[in-house]
Design a protein around this ligand. Structure first.
Ligand SMILES: N[C@@H](CCC(=O)N[C@@H](CS)C(=O)NCC(=O)O)C(=O)O
Length: 235
């Protein structure tokens, strides 16, 4: 029994990262098919054999059901694998995790639009728009609420790593990659993502692929979370 997971680019596809974390981070079996974001034909055309799916991530279940939305993937996988811990067991934490993941799934358009995920480069000197600052303020409100009500000691939002964290992993990458202004608590949560083994594995795969990306001014010499020590890179 294994799942087929259709993904976009490892470096740039934030939705793909969420979908992949839902399988990889929770120890579920999967095979990956990667689409080419730089191809002349669209993602939907590349997925013509999986219609009605037209975006990544898309999950194909062992019975060939096409699950073409990341939140639907989280719910379907959680129902099929209750032992995996995709949502917290404790009712209050579970309800909070679902709320956070859902708001992430449907919101934060300014942050997404102005700061597209790019795991190959990081920037400094970015001046966020009012709309991005407003998204960041709302994200902090949600994170602090989860911490206060479910997991005061962190490092994750609602206790053990859950789908809520998987959904916010690309947000953490954007905050780090564009050096966006957030509180110390939020910064610690971002650092937890950057140091998470699954996230690092995904990013390593993104570093191996060479694809074009919209350039921004002031690239940082090192991606945040890494320090150079005696000529070697360490985290
Ligand atoms: N609601 C979808 C959104 C998925 C999505 O927008 N994926 C983007 C990739 S980051 C995509 O496939 N874009 C291809 C296109 O728009 O042609 C989900 O949660 O999975």
């Amino acid at each position: 029994m294994t799942y087929d997971l259709i993904l976009g680019d490892y470096a740039y596809s934030s939705w793909s990262l969420r979908g992949w974390l839902l399988l990889h981070r929770f120890g579920l079996p999967y095979r990956v098919r990667i689409l080419d974001f730089s191809a002349d034909y669209s993602v939907a055309e590349q997925m013509a054999d999986l219609a009605p799916a037209r975006t990544v991530p898309t999950l194909i279940t062992p019975e060939a059901a096409v699950v073409s939305d990341s939140l639907a993937m989280a719910e379907e996988l959680a129902t099929r694998h209750p032992e995996a811990g995709i949502w917290p067991n404790e009712p209050r934490a579970r309800a909070t995790a679902r709320t956070l993941a859902a708001e992430m799934h449907s919101g934060f358009g300014a942050l997404r639009g102005d700061c597209p995920m790019n795991l190959r480069t990081a920037y400094t000197g970015v001046v966020p728009s009012e709309a991005v600052l407003s998204d960041l303020a709302r994200i902090e409100t949600l994170w602090l609420h989860a911490r206060a009500t479910c997991a005061p000691d962190g490092p994750w939002l609602c206790g053990a790593y859950s789908a809520a964290d998987a959904f916010f992993a690309p947000v953490a990458a954007r905050i780090a990659g564009y050096d966006l202004p957030v509180s110390e608590v939020a910064r610690a949560y971002v650092a937890a993502h950057l140091n998470d083994l699954a996230f690092r594995r995904w990013r390593a795969m993104g570093l191996c692929a060479v694809r074009p990306f919209r350039a921004m001014p002031n690239p940082m010499p090192l991606f945040p979370g890494l320090v150079r020590s005696r000529g070697r890179l360490r985290r």
